[in-house]
Write a protein that binds this ligand. Structure first.
Ligand SMILES: Nc1nc(=O)c2c([nH]1)NC[C@@H]1CN(c3ccc(C(=O)N[C@@H](CCC(=O)O)C(=O)O)cc3)C=[N+]21
Length: 283
């Protein structure tokens, strides 16, 4: 059994980008820049945003955090985005989700210039992903999972993959990226029947349901590859959607929480920001 070390792999990716960036920066005369907008004071969001800014510092990028009040109007939030769209020191813009109820998320995401949408959530980038146009940005979490498969030489061709969850930011794009790898993908949601049977047949399981210990030993077959995208806080402790203790006994590969998919998500954000910076330089 191999524990997929997302932390180490993300470090490796960040080191490479740091190198390339420091060379480019000398030529270009400015750093790559990421702007993060955070609305309200959701404690989990605060942690994730802090980790993203830390990663920027780690690779020598410029970063700015724009903290806005929970009660901000959609109009005022849109005008903040417009400013960043026009700011030449900003290559990537990220609006931390979820947003408060009174704000239309899709409207906000699509107000970000597609060329700066390093989350890969903009309609244009989703379309590019769908047809395989490489000029777009891939959503960070699914892209990070694919990177893990590649690094550990896990071949997906012809494999039965079960994706649990169909969110716009994980489950749906994950399914598409797996299709590109010629996997046979089944995507489940809360209405799915006989989940346990489906799990027993899967060669690869990607758990992104947001439900602690949803995947148990009794559900999986010997040698299964398990990717845990869940991040749940139970009694103040961080845990995934997989019962790691037990499932790791049967798995051939498994990701831990923390230290698995989370750090990879951040590495892909940095990678996308660097891609945007490069694309702007080449224009
Ligand atoms: N516009 C937007 N883009 C996002 O990419 C986005 C978002 N909104 N909203 C929320 C989710 C969640 N997400 C995580 C990022 C890093 C860790 C991470 O660093 N996890 C660490 C542990 C962090 C901890 O201590 O909680 C780990 O798994 O090792 C987790 C989750 C990005 N998201």
């Amino acid at each position: 059994m191999t524990i997929i070390d997302g932390k180490a792999l993300s470090e490796k990716i960040l080191r490479e980008i740091e190198q390339e960036h420091s060379e480019l920066e000398k030529k270009v005369g400015r750093k790559a820049g990421l702007a993060v907008i955070i609305v309200g004071d959701n404690p989990a969001s605060q942690i994730y945003v802090r980790n993203k800014i830390k990663a920027c510092e780690r690779v020598g990028f410029h970063s700015e955090t724009i903290r806005l009040d929970e009660n901000i109007t959609e109009e005022n939030l849109l005008s903040e985005i417009k400013k960043l769209n026009n700011n030449n020191n900003v290559d990537g813009i990220l609006v931390q989700l979820p947003l408060p109820e009174h704000i239309d998320e899709l409207n906000i995401i699509n107000a970000i210039s597609a060329e700066k949408d390093v989350d890969g959530f903009h309609t244009t980038n989703i379309g590019k992903m769908m047809i395989g146009d490489k000029s777009g940005f891939l959503p960070c979490t699914p892209a990070g999972v694919i990177q893990m498969f590649e690094e550990y030489n896990i071949d997906l061709k012809g494999k039965d993959v079960l994706v649990i969850g169909q969110s716009n930011i994980v489950g749906k794009p994950m399914t598409l990226l797996l299709m590109r790898k010629h996997a046979t993908v089944q995507t489940c949601n809360s209405k799915t029947k006989n989940l346990s049977e489906k799990l027993q047949r899967a060669d690869v399981v990607i758990a992104a349901a947001g439900y602690p210990k949803l995947v148990k030993t009794t559900d999986v077959k010997e040698g299964v590859v398990v990717i845990d995208v869940g991040i749940n806080r139970v009694d103040g402790k961080l845990c995934g959607d997989v019962d790691f203790e037990e499932v790791s006994k049967k798995a051939s590969f498994i990701t831990p929480v923390p230290g698995g998919v989370g750090p990879m998500t951040i590495a892909m954000l940095i990678k996308n920001t660097f891609k945007s910076y490069n694309q702007k330089m080449n224009k």
